[in-house]
Design a protein around this ligand. Sequence first.
Ligand code: ATP
Length: 267
Amino acid sequence: GLQKKNSVQKVESVKWSDIGGLEEVKSMLEESVIWIYKRIDSFRHLGIKPSNGVLLYGPPGTGKTLLAKAVATESSANFIPVSIPDLIKGEVGESEKAIANIFKMARRCSPCIIFLDELEAMFGSKESSGSFGQKIMSQLLLELDALDSVDQGVVVLAATNNPRAIDPSLVRPGRIDRLIYIKPPSLSERISILQMQNVKTKFSKNINLKEIAEKTENFTGADLKALVQRAAFLRFKKYRAREQQLNSDVECNIDQTDLLEALSKFS
Ligand code: ATP
């Protein structure tokens, strides 16, 4: 059941360079989390008490999960992903036990990052309300209060699309007390996210990604990725229609019209 799911994972390693834009966020995470692992002796020497937990908040698809994985990679830390909606679905007693186990496991395989995804699910739902919800919450608070990032080499990262749903007691000093807003990408960030897609797919040489970035003002990273996927599929269909063989032709790359067509169908 839960114990098995919330286990240490060898993350397919996401690096800082796999994330477009978000430079400021990266350096905040570098200082607030990665330094704990990289500079642990200096931190101990100077008695620095960094945060035990960081909350990444912002709209869906802006790269919060990606950032958490990259923090683990860049810290050479183990990674325990925890889906809060799955966690609170457990039987009475099971969810609290699962939380205790997650923290125990994290201490055992430190350096370790615990990633609590969709943290807002702790609050406001049928599962999370009442005495059952309270028991889960108090177990989590108990674990957070017992956490010492420098001594134990364990840091909690959490993500939410809805920070207003989060109970203030969870983000009190000493708990998940560092809050970082993950914005939708700016124009130049959209350009770099689009450019990044060129690793897994192929753009034609004269593509104008700036034009696409200008037309995708409210797009998140996830939206941009989906857009390029659609353009790739349109390209594939055009080639299939002409019964030309893929890979045999240099021109079999996504061009500007594919992207614009994909964009016109995007809602
Ligand atoms: P949710 O709140 O829906 O879980 P999220 O903020 O955790 O979303 P991710 O799951 O990290 O978002 O992002 C979804 C996908 O979108 C990623 O796997 C990645 O492919 C792409 N993506 C999002 N943001 C970026 C970015 N800044 N650079 C590169 N790719 C991105």
